[in-house]
Design a binder for this molecule. Structure first.
Ligand code: THU
Length: 133
């Protein structure tokens, strides 16, 4: 059964998705990141006409948190899809590598269609053998 905290995290991601700026793909993504100290950061995707200037929802949330001095995270919830339809929006490779920069392998990634319908992964499942030196 989903814990209250996970449900709240998914609801926060859904709320953050309302701010998604995605005029090119129309694919709206929201993310909610829980810091180990209990602080919550949300993010949405922010597209750019150059395309490559686009930032994903997960990285928006992580960069907001890191720029506020946070470095330790326990989990992230992600919700994505066009208009009113959400799909399982698994994090892209760049976001996985950014997660690996700050999070340990046991960092939990919740990919949700709604607060009732979701999947949970560890970061090491999503990004085994991440780049490191
Ligand atoms: N997107 C995210 O926000 N997160 C991901 O992990 C994958 C893709 C966004 C980027 C772009 O604005 C839209 O989804 C379509 O690729």
């Amino acid at each position: 059964m989903i814990s209250m905290t996970d449900k709240e995290l998914i609801l926060s991601a859904l709320k953050a998705r309302e701010n998604a700026y995605a005029p090119y793909s129309e694919f709206l993504v929201g993310a909610a990141l829980l810091c180990k100290d209990g602080t919550l950061y949300t993010g949405c995707n922010i597209e750019n006409i150059s395309y490559s200037g686009t930032v994903c929802a997960e990285r928006t949330a992580i960069f907001k948190a890191v720029s506020d001095g946070k470095r330790e995270f326990s989990k992230i919830a992600i919700v994505g899809g066009k208009k009113d339809e959400t799909i399982s929006a698994y994090p892209c490779g760049i976001c996985r590598q950014v997660m690996a920069e700050f999070c340990k392998g046991d960092f939990k990634v919740i990919v949700a269609k709604s607060e009732e319908d979701y999947e949970e992964f560890s970061l090491s499942e999503l990004l085994p053998k991440s780049f490191d030196f």
